[in-house]
Ligand binder design. Sequence first.
Ligand SMILES: [Zn+2]
Length: 186
Amino acid sequence: MDSSLRILWVGGDWDEFALRAGGERAVANQVLSRELTAHITDNLTAEKVRAMVKTVIDVQRPLRLEYRCDSPDEVRRFRLTIQPMKDQRALMVHDLRDALRLETPMVKWSFDPSVREVKCSMCSKIHLPSGWSDPSDLSFPHPALVRYGLCQNCVSRVDLAIGATIAGDTDEDIPAVVPKSGIMLE
Ligand SMILES: [Zn+2]
């Protein structure tokens, strides 16, 4: 993406993953040339994503963040790496770290901006009166309708990741990413 978060390229199994997850509106030709934040419904999440990309472009160092992106029958842990690229651009790499298949799936959920139930867009927890809870342990039914937000823990994790990038503390090896196949705009 460029510094205004306009998506210039997607690669890997983007379309396959989108279609498998019921994301017909997220396939490559629907997202290319649009701003990434146009696909993020929660303002705070969008603001944090913007801040992460801006930091990477400003300081020209990578940023890393673990996040969860579950489906009803699978708990999936990803690692996001945002890497600086030339010309004030950045590359987001989403590595699947592990996927745990649930024997009993969670309730299938849909997005509805008008409901009270909030799901954290970065750790998949649900906000209950008792606090943020992980629905994958099936201790409570996953709400059928959710809107997205960010839990306090994830806000702190993002801020820590930004701080580490500014401080140059992302000392793990960053894999060399060579875009091979993909769809490029322009
Ligand atoms: Zn969270």
